[in-house]
Ligand binder design. Structure first.
Ligand code: DGI
Ligand code: FE
Ligand code: FE
Ligand code: FE
Length: 187
């Protein structure tokens, strides 16, 4: 699928603000893919579709998680986590994207996973550092992203975990597992 068709499909699913975020993630993902040797076309498509399910009603997402046999513990955690796996499912079903690497990068873009692929990392990081993001500490991560993909993903995960803890929110176990996995693999 080409960029224009993909953007048209996604634009209908999102608010203007979220669509602008998506364009930012797409540019960031292309840049990271070029820098770190990921497949640029796959990075572009995964970025365009990564937040496809962001505005689906909670009941619809819950229904898909149950009917598709997705990890049921997801339902015990914040509903913000749901749009990633549900998005992977809907992007295949509604947009006809079948490439597993692209679908996995969408599926794991919020939590990460143990054994993240190069493409998973590119999308995770692009989502965090795209130009529209204003998180405290994001500029540091942008700088790290120029030097080390793994270190930058670790910093983004650490910031996210700390942010959630400060808000006294539960942290989804996959988020910790992804962080630990990268820390132990990266020196
Ligand atoms: O969809 P985006 O806003 O572009 O970004 P995202 O998909 O990376 O994250 C969506 C939200 O999910 C964000 O507010 C942070 C939150 N989040 C990320 N990891 C966890 C989490 N929330 C909980 N409760 N636990 C997590 O592990
Ligand atoms: Fe997201
Ligand atoms: Fe993210
Ligand atoms: Fe996003």
């Amino acid at each position: 699928m080409n960029r224009e068709v993909a953007l048209e499909l996604v634009e209908k699913q999102l608010t203007e603000r979220r669509y602008q975020h998506t364009l930012g993630v797409t540019e960031a993902a292309i840049e990271l893919a070029n820098r770190y040797g990921a497949d640029v076309k796959k990075a572009e498509l995964a970025a365009i579709f990564h937040d496809y399910a962001k505005f689906r009603p909670k009941d619809e997402m819950r229904g898909i998680i149950v009917s598709q046999g997705m990890t049921s513990t997801l339902l015990d955690f914040h509903s913000e986590l749901w749009h990633a796996p549900v998005g992977a499912y809907l992007v295949e079903k509604e947009a006809g994207i079948t490439n597993t690497e692209i679908l996995d990068a969408i599926r794991y873009h919020t939590s990460g996973r143990v054994g993240m692929t190069l493409l998973d990392k590119v999308i995770y990081l692009a989502d965090y550092i795209e130009p529209g993001r204003l998180f405290p500490g994001v500029d540091e991560v942008r700088e790290t992203a120029k030097i080390s993909l793994n270190q930058a993903v670790i910093e983004a995960m650490r910031n996210t975990i700390v942010f959630l803890m400060k808000k006294k929110q539960a942290v989804y176990p996959d988020t910790f597992h992804s962080y630990n996995d990268l820390i132990m693999k990266t020196k």
